[in-house]
Design a protein around this ligand. Structure first.
Ligand code: GCU
Length: 345
């Protein structure tokens, strides 16, 4: 992995010198002295995350365009999420979007939002993530590691999907190789549910499915259409195991160097990312489901989620035993779970 990060570092250096050359091509007056803000993510340009970051680019450039030039790089152009987090840590890039899953390897506090069946409904999930007394201690836990979370993005609900095995109950996962995100919580969840966890980066999943290296994966509905997984996987099963947010993280030194006025504008920009992404998300998921069903021939299944949930439940207690400092935040989430109990319970 280090080698790849170094390779991406070199590619970035080349990219920077090309932008500098382009800057030098004109007359001295035309020289662009603006600071470049590079933002990387791993979704396509159709994805709500990209649309929201484009809105951020437009907003920052309209407010502070003389000083900053914002560039958004989609589709893992700057590396996998793991690599982008490391590039953000060092300041080689300024921002990236990372799944909360991956962040648990950078700070234990992030483990909390990765727990299966942590939230009782999407309303409870949204209310918890909008409550800064819940998110702040977690978002700021990586300051010393060189980055900080500045807002969260919706990534829906994660469910299992497979090439040709309908998952109606946990026993159907037995013996199946299922791609999970690279996080100890996800590996443990798969172990408990009886499948064989195959951790890998998001960009490698399509090829692994096609090559039958894995039998399935787990994600929201967008992965079927936007990433083509529904071309290979014909069963998508709503077991609802996780609601894992995506997180926009920023290089810490960049944030600290901003003046108070600039920081206020950037904060407004972060809110805009959150708002635009969540608005876009609702229709994007509806369209993805419709396309997967009608054009890709994916069958959607609605199993009883209780057996899945019961198997995963011990993970909550063991997480709290290992990280007692997270208990008050966990309890605050339970209050939202009671307030916004799922329609089924
Ligand atoms: C979702 C999520 C991404 C993540 C991906 C994955 O698409 O939005 O941030 O990388 O799942 O499964 O890796």
């Amino acid at each position: 992995m280090k080698k790849r990060v170094r390779a991406i570092g070199l590619a970035l250096a080349a990219l920077m010198s090309v932008s500098m050359l382009a800057g030098c091509a004109g007359s001295a007056e035309e020289k662009d002295n603006r600071q470049i803000i590079r933002i990387g993510h791993n979704q396509s340009t159709n994805h709500p995350t990209h649309i929201a970051l484009e809105a951020f680019e437009e907003f920052i450039e309209s407010e502070l365009g003389e000083k900053y030039n914002v560039e958004v790089y989609p589709s893992e152009l700057l590396g996998s999420q793991n690599e982008m987090v490391q590039l953000t840590q060092t300041g080689a890039i300024t921002f990236c979007v990372a799944s909360n899953s991956l962040l648990e390897t950078f700070s234990d506090s992030y483990t909390l939002f990765n727990l299966p069946y942590l939230f009782s409904s999407s309303e409870a999930y949204h209310a918890s993530m909008d409550d800064t007394s819940i998110t702040d201690p977690i978002f700021k836990s990586t300051e010393k590691a060189g980055f900080e979370a500045v807002t969260w993005l919706d990534a829906g609900t994660r469910n299992f999907y497979t090439v040709n095995t309908p998952i109606e109950s946990p026993s159907d996962l037995k013996g199946l190789k299922i791609r999970v995100q690279q996080s100890p919580t996800n590996v443990e969840m798969m172990r408990l549910l009886g499948g064989s966890a195959t951790p890998m980066g998001f960009g490698d999943v399509y090829t692994a499915l096609q090559a039958k290296i894995i039998d399935g994966a787990e994600n929201n509905e967008m992965a079927l259409t936007d990433n083509g997984h529904g071309d290979v996987c014909k069963y998508y099963s709503y077991d609802m195991h996780q609601m894992i947010p995506d997180i926009l993280i920023a290089n810490e030194s960049f944030l600290q160097a901003l003046s108070n006025e600039e920081r206020a504008i950037f904060e407004e920009g972060f809110q805009l990312v959150n708002q635009v992404q969540r608005e876009e998300w609702v229709t994007a998921v509806e369209k993805a489901k419709e396309r997967a069903q009608n054009e890709q021939g994916v069958t959607f299944l609605y199993p009883d989620t209780k057996p899945f949930q019961e198997i995963c439940e011990p993970m909550h207690q063991s997480m709290l035993q290992q990280h007692p400092d997270l208990q008050p935040i966990y309890d605050a989430i339970q209050k939202y779970n009671e307030q916004y109990a799922s329609a089924e319970s």
